[in-house]
Design a protein around this ligand. Structure first.
Ligand code: ARG
Length: 437
């Protein structure tokens, strides 16, 4: 046992700091064992990335985390139907499942399911094939769609039994009618129903792209439904597949506790996504509101003070916060991100404090609070130490920077050169408020 622990510890240490990894390991182990995660695996991953997938799942299993796996077989089925000369049609995004289609789909599903189970066992971990008995269905629209199921009830007993025995449950997305007719369920819908019934801590979608992509095809690291959803849905570059995915995730998360999150990542990046702050993929959460306090009360100031002191590991002078003249405070609901803005030179806003805990950065809370600052202040300035890990990020946000000794002064939206200089002069003379060490 100690051997395994050692290996695990080393592996985790390579991913980032082992402190991060330990923190998440503790978080994920803290939930009821069957409720750690639902992992949806697309058919394309089974076909092209089986080894990466099973390595990542086996790794989780060795850590004592048992994911519930649900897979599709879409691309394989398209191929098999084409080979058999059977025409396949989609209506409202769902595969019309005639008897001929089902006669190909059903054995294919079993085959893919066993392939995954065997590959997991080859990695030395227990896995259990669950092909039936989970999704109790009615016909969604027999006339229009044929043998497509609408999930009426989810029976978790087979899943829970597997997890109790330490085996990874591997589910197909086939359901049955009350009389035993096998029905086809769209994999994303099956995932949603399973997730609602199981209420896992994490929901993971594995896709070859490894996340949602922005306009330049870069992976969007985090999406907060509260802060980003409406704006994202209005972007012309959000194509229909991604729009649908976002809508489905939004709908799914609304019926889950606030701290449940969805990760979209690739098989190869799964471990990094789960055990680091920054992750590797797209993290979607309900997110939290950023509250604006124009006249912060003592409690709000106290929360910000504590956040500042904890994240810098230093104390502020007694009464420093209270001495600020009309500070504007932005504070996230959970108190893990804050900004303090005071009136600076020429009446321009000076960003005096900007703090986001590392964990909250990974959730995209830094970007969320920054957006609120930006929306409110067309122009502002601030400073940061060279050694501050956030400084490189500030360079990306600012449109002017000025190095001086240990400081960099940044401005954004300050057009006039003389005024920019006044900002720099003022920022360099400011008092951070730290108590003498
Ligand atoms: N490891 C954490 C989790 O799985 C945070 C992941 C952050 N991921 C991201 N793409 N920003 O919940």
């Amino acid at each position: 046992m100690t051997d395994v622990r050692q290996v695990v510890h080393e592996l985790l240490a390579q991913l980032g700091s082992s402190r991060e990894a330990q923190q998440y390991l503790k978080e994920f182990s803290g939930t009821n064992q069957a409720r750690f995660a639902v992992v949806k695996v697309g058919g394309g991953i089974l076909r092209d990335h089986l080894d990466e997938l099973t390595s990542a799942l086996a790794f989780l299993h060795r850590l004592g985390l048992i994911p519930v796996v649900l897979h599709g077989a879409g691309p394989q089925l398209d191929q098999a139907l084409a080979d058999a000369g059977i025409k396949t049609e989609r209506r409202d995004g769902l595969r019309v499942t005639t008897e001929a289609v089902m006669s190909v789909a059903r054995p294919l599903m079993y085959k893919e399911n066993l392939r995954l189970v065997e590959a997991l066992e080859d990695k030395g971990i227990r896995a259990r094939s669950i092909q039936h008995g989970v999704f109790q269905c009615s016909y969604l629209d027999q006339e229009k769609l044929g043998l497509v199921g609408e999930v009426e009830k989810v029976d978790l007993s087979a899943v829970e039994s597997a997890v109790r025995r330490g085996a990874v449950p591997v589910l197909t997305c086939l359901g049955e009618s009350p009389s035993g007719q096998v029905l086809n369920i769209n994999a994303d819908i099956a995932t949603r129903e399973l997730v609602w019934a199981l209420q896992p801590h994490k929901v993971i979608f594995l896709s070859p792209t490894g996340g949602l992509l922005d306009r330049q095809d870069r992976i969007i690291s985090a999406v907060s439904l509260t802060n980003d959803y409406d704006a994202l849905m209005q972007q012309p570059w959000v194509h229909s597949g991604m729009r649908l995915k976002l809508q489905q995730i939004n709908e799914m998360l609304q019926k889950l506790p606030d701290n449940t999150s969805v990760s979209i990542t690739s098989a190869a990046h799964l471990t990094r996504e789960l055990f680091t702050y920054r992750g590797a993929g797209t993290l979607v959460r309900k997110g939290e509101e950023i509250n604006v306090h124009e006249a912060p009360d003592a409690e709000t100031l106290g929360r910000v003070e504590k956040l500042v002191e904890d994240s810098f590991g230093r104390k502020l002078r007694e009464g420093w916060f209270e001495s600020l003249e009309r500070p504007l405070v932005l504070l996230s609901e959970t108190g893990r991100a804050a900004a303090v803005i005071v009136m600076g030179v020429d009446g321009l806003p000076y960003l005096d404090k900007f703090i986001v805990t590392s964990e909250a950065q990974g959730e995209g809370l830094g970007a969320a609070i920054w957006q609120v600052v930006r929306a409110r202040f067309p122009a502002l300035y601030w400073r940061s130490r060279n050694t501050n890990p956030v400084t490189p990020w500030y360079f990306q946000q600012a449109d002017s920077s000025n190095r001086s000794g240990q400081w960099v002064v940044f401005t954004l939206g300050v057009e006039d050169a003389a005024q920019r200089e006044r900002c720099v002069g003022d920022a360099l003379e400011r008092d951070s408020g730290w108590a003498p060490e």
